[in-house]
Design a protein around this ligand. Structure first.
Ligand code: TXA
Ligand code: MG
Length: 333
């Protein structure tokens, strides 16, 4: 049975109380689960960094229940940003804007900008409204690890280290939000996500992409992000059977994430067919990587995904996951 997408009153009360006490709370969004803290509470924010093992120079996204109080967090909202907010909020879009004076350095990483998002998951909105303030939340995973798309993933990552984890079922999108900076008179895509460059351009016209000279730091774009523990390698579709066969004959246990069923059978290969539908593939990606990470494989082989723009966000995460694992599985015994 699908889980409820709204929290019960006692669940909500416990989560709000934890936030007021300066504790961190796991909560669902439509992209991935967040590890939330009161964005105006320095020691609560510290706990987020400690739990994640994340350097405090890496800024956090502030989640709000609507654009209503945006001006409390951003000292300027350029027209393009207002248009994007109007078009895509609530939803999987994060806007990077000039920060308001009173935003804590722990939120911004000491930068002059702040990242803000209004999520669309009903339970996230319920929590934000009941709390009545901004919730700073990175993805609820240890630094550099695979993001969580189910409540049990958050427990897997942190155990009892997090007092309350709200369970809102599986995240609909499954990949982190699209991040767009609206600074210095330009609009720039910093992290690809479910909302594509084409959709952004339809909404506001010109949109640059990638880290420009003036672009703020996006530490999530550190190469080694979103990585499973098992070494991961991207493999062309036509090479998959040969490589899987070769490795398993050599006694290596292999996990495969492909977009079709295998053509033959192999001795020690776990083959996951994630299919060719983008939304489904993205929805399942992190759960699939977590599953494959647990089979005791020496390496994971991921079929290269289509080259078109629609797959940019998936490609971005897979490329980083592959970069995050040091060993080249092609060189394993
Ligand atoms: O979908 C999401 O965005 C999820 C859910 C929980 O909302 N959150 C998320 O947070 O992915 P996190 O911390 O894992 O990634 C946030 C990214 C980081 O790469 C961070 O560097 C970037 O946002 N970021 C935060 N503040 C920024 C700023 N002021 N300028 C540029 N990048 C910023
Ligand atoms: Mg993250």
């Amino acid at each position: 049975m699908a889980r409820a997408t709204r929290a019960t009153q006692p669940e909500l009360d416990a989560a709000v109380q934890a936030l007021r006490d300066g504790e961190v709370v796991g909560f669902p969004t439509e992209t991935v689960y967040g590890l939330g803290a009161n964005a105006q509470h320095a020691s609560a924010l510290q706990k987020v960094f400690v739990l994640k093992g994340r350097p405090t120079s890496h800024p956090l996204i502030v989640h709000l229940d609507s654009a209503r109080f945006l001006h409390r967090w951003a000292r300027a909202v350029p027209p393009a940003a207002a248009r994007l907010a109007e078009r895509f909020w609530p939803g999987p879009l994060t806007l990077v804007l000039p920060r308001a004076d009173n935003v804590l350095d722990l939120v911004t990483g000491g930068q002059d900008t702040v990242a803000i998002r209004v999520p669309s998951h009903p339970m996230a909105l319920q929590l934000l409204t009941a709390f009545g303030g901004g919730i700073a939340a990175p993805s609820a995973n240890r630094y550099g690890h695979v993001s969580p798309t189910r409540a049990e993933h958050v427990r897997e990552e942190f155990g009892e280290g997090v007092r309350v984890v709200l369970d809102g079922g599986e995240c609909k999108v499954g990949l982190e939000s699209t991040i767009v900076a609206c600074l210095h008179g330009e609009v720039r895509l910093l992290r690809p996500g479910h909302i594509s460059l084409t959709q952004l351009r339809h909404a506001v016209g010109k949109v640059a992409s990638g880290p420009g000279a003036e672009a703020p730091r996006v530490p999530g774009s550190a190469q080694s992000h979103y990585a499973p523990v098992t070494p991961l390698r991207l493999v062309a579709a036509g090479q998959m059977e040969r490589l899987a066969d070769e490795l398993s004959r050599g006694g290596v246990r292999v996990g495969v994430l492909a977009q079709r069923p295998p053509l033959g059978s192999f001795r020690s290969v776990t083959w996951v067919n994630a299919g060719t539908r983008l939304d489904r593939y993205a929805h399942d990606l992190y759960a699939n990587l977590r599953t494959l990470d647990k089979i005791g494989a020496t390496c994971l082989l991921v079929q290269e995904i289509p080259a078109d723009e629609r797959w940019d966000a998936v490609r971005d995460r897979l490329t980083r996951a592959a970069a995050g694992t040091a060993t080249d599985p092609g060189e394993l015994p």
